[in-house]
Design a protein around this ligand. Sequence first.
Ligand SMILES: Nc1nc2c(c(=O)[nH]1)N[C@H]1C(S)=C(S)[C@@H](COP(=O)(O)OP(=O)(O)OC[C@H]3O[C@@H](n4cnc5c(=O)[nH]c(N)nc54)[C@H](O)[C@@H]3O)O[C@H]1N2
Ligand SMILES: Nc1nc2c(c(=O)[nH]1)N[C@H]1C(S)=C(S)[C@@H](COP(=O)(O)OP(=O)(O)OC[C@H]3O[C@@H](n4cnc5c(=O)[nH]c(N)nc54)[C@H](O)[C@@H]3O)O[C@H]1N2
Ligand code: SF4
Ligand SMILES: [Mo]
Length: 686
Amino acid sequence: MEVKIVPTTCPYCGTGCGLNLVVRDGKVVSVAPWQRHPVNEGKLCPKGRYAHEFIHRDDRLTKPLIKKDGKFVEATWDEAYELITKKFSSYQPEEMACLASARVPNEENYLMQKFARTVLKTPHVDHCARLCHASTVAGLAVSFGSGAMTNNILDIAESKCIFVLGSNTFEQHPLIGRSIIRARQKGAKVIVFDPRFTPTAKHSDLYASFFSGTDVAILNAMMQYIIKNGWENKEFIDKRTKDFDKLNAVVMKPEYSLENVSMISGIPVKDLATAAEWFAKSPSSCLLYSMGITQHTTGVDNVKSVANLLMLTGNLGKVGGGVNALRGQNNVQGACDMGCLPNVYSGYQKVTDEPAIKKMQECWCCDVAGGKIGYTVTEMMNVLTENPPKLKAMYIMGENPMISDPDLAHAEHALKNLDFLVVQDIFLTETAQLADVVLPAACYAEKDGTQTNTERRVQRFRKAVEPPGEAKADWEIFCDLGKRMGYEKLFSFNSPEEIFNEIARVTPSYGGMSYKRLEKPEALHWPCPAADHPGTPILHTQKFATADGLGIFSPIEFKPPAEVPDAEYPFILTTGRCLWHWHTGSMTRRSPSLEKEAPTGWIEINSDDAKALGIKNDEIVLAKTRRGEVKVPAKVTAEIKKNVMFMPFHFAECAANVLTNNALDPIAKIPEFKACAVRIEKIKEA
Ligand SMILES: Nc1nc2c(c(=O)[nH]1)N[C@H]1C(S)=C(S)[C@@H](COP(=O)(O)OP(=O)(O)OC[C@H]3O[C@@H](n4cnc5c(=O)[nH]c(N)nc54)[C@H](O)[C@@H]3O)O[C@H]1N2
Ligand SMILES: Nc1nc2c(c(=O)[nH]1)N[C@H]1C(S)=C(S)[C@@H](COP(=O)(O)OP(=O)(O)OC[C@H]3O[C@@H](n4cnc5c(=O)[nH]c(N)nc54)[C@H](O)[C@@H]3O)O[C@H]1N2
Ligand code: SF4
Ligand SMILES: [Mo]
């Protein structure tokens, strides 16, 4: 019996923990710690610990499927490729759209956008970052000139004050939570504001609950109090930023007084004051945020407000400071870096920039889609519900919008309006079921590649076992299809390493990287522009990435969510995640050790609200919004703010996204997953 240990990185969250896959007789039988990995030093959360359990499930996709008369029949790769080639060749370029995947390696995302822009010649390529950190990318690009986490995971442990706003770090980025604990052990103060008393909040020195959707008011009030007390960092403001006057004019307005914002947000005046004082006066302070900040119609405003607070207190470009926007999926940072966004090629080179278009034409030796910004995911879904729809065909790799998109009735209507849908996944997901062709992909343990974690660290995925049946790595599928559709030279790669070398050639921030350099466990943080460049663990140390090197303050006014409670729908519904499951559950619900911990969904209802509604713990209730209704077990708890309710969105049988609102941030086009209005009804006994 041969046992093999293969070091790789976790396929779940953006923390990017290292782990060892234990392979026996060609199967991954368990996960063992990788003790010397710099991010997690051998520790894992349950998802990483059980990351082998779904790999060899017998419901993995093993053969291409083609839908005939409403039913899937198994097909050969040749038949599937032929049908796809025939169909894709029959549409105008702009009638087709591609969705890339934050789950798959850089090489495969790079190839998908290359396929879209060279073979299909469509500008419409995007991915789930739109539902996630689109606000960060847009907001921080304005404030700092670059939309990524400024510091790194280990650096958080050096901070003296950590403000967690809109991140449930201990459940969603558990091994980053460890840096919070370390900082606290060294005397740091930890502030958590969250509508729920989360496991993260339990590790804080100051906790307050508030109404979802009031972040800008909270941040403005803290800034007003800091300025009133003269605690702002005047030297930093003078030397490194501009437009402070504009910020000052807004945050000093009477509506952002502690008293007024306490009424808007529900946070006691003294807690707002203490948070402001700790944050401004500590030798170094950082802010950790994730979806609580971004998933709003004011997502970009929220992000800019966070940037304002950090610049005001001079906490950028230094150890223990930083805007730490925690990226969600294992490779969402990489999918963005690779240009799987409708406005940029890899390395954020704008598709509307003539020199960038010329550069890509030269690199790829052909005409490429350029000069025009394509549709975002959310816009794709909207144009698909028009009559006639502007899109006819879609190619989705590694995403499951039939559970993850807002307003699922709307998403279903959109996808059903497609003339032709190709889904490339490892399981027959809810989205794959709507496809005309399903292509079986290899999972993380079955292929080589690289992925980029939340701190811009580019790390290796290493192949441990063969894919099941006839499943192929996503990169192989793009190479096959690209060649078949007439682009032989552009898609003749023999390995992910060859693709990576092309990425390094065309992407300035990855320019100095190679598989050889990435072999060492610390890997490399981008930007790493040259072969002798050591990489960049902390951004903006001397100047920002803006045109003149200065950080830009943005004056932001508070705006309420698109839908607020009223007599008919009297509660705020917010949605998110739990420790045990991953998004649409395609992998974690197939992992017995995880599924047994959380076998179905729930709605958290404050104890007082439940009492008034006559609802008991575990009772099945009807949750209704203007979009739809679901039956879901009630979790009655004092750990959520009165008038606010929370649902995890992992569970198809009580899908939170039947309820959520498809209203978008005007700039980032991110939907408002974190606040809509809901009503709860008792289910009458038959
Ligand atoms: N176990 C697990 N881990 C994950 C994931 C997963 O599915 N499961 N997904 C990954 C991905 S892709 C992402 S993007 C991250 C997301 O990571 P997080 O953003 O940490 O997770 P969420 O549960 O979406 O929301 C975080 C918190 O925001 C709070 N919140 C609700 N409304 C508001 C509001 O209006 N303002 C503020 N400030 N806070 C609010 C919620 O109560 C919740 O505690 O997690 C990653 N990690
Ligand atoms: N209500 C609500 N909805 C939300 C959110 C919320 O907070 N609230 N959060 C949003 C956020 S932040 C995100 S990131 C999205 C996530 O939304 P999605 O990306 O749609 O969710 P996942 O379940 O991660 O889907 C990934 C798919 O990739 C497949 N897969 C895994 N590995 C591979 C591979 O190697 N190759 C291929 N081809 N496929 C693979 C999996 O089986 C799965 O079907 O959800 C969003 N939806
Ligand atoms: S913290 Fe994230 S990367 Fe680390 S083991 Fe858990 S899911 Fe994987
Ligand atoms: Mo995400």
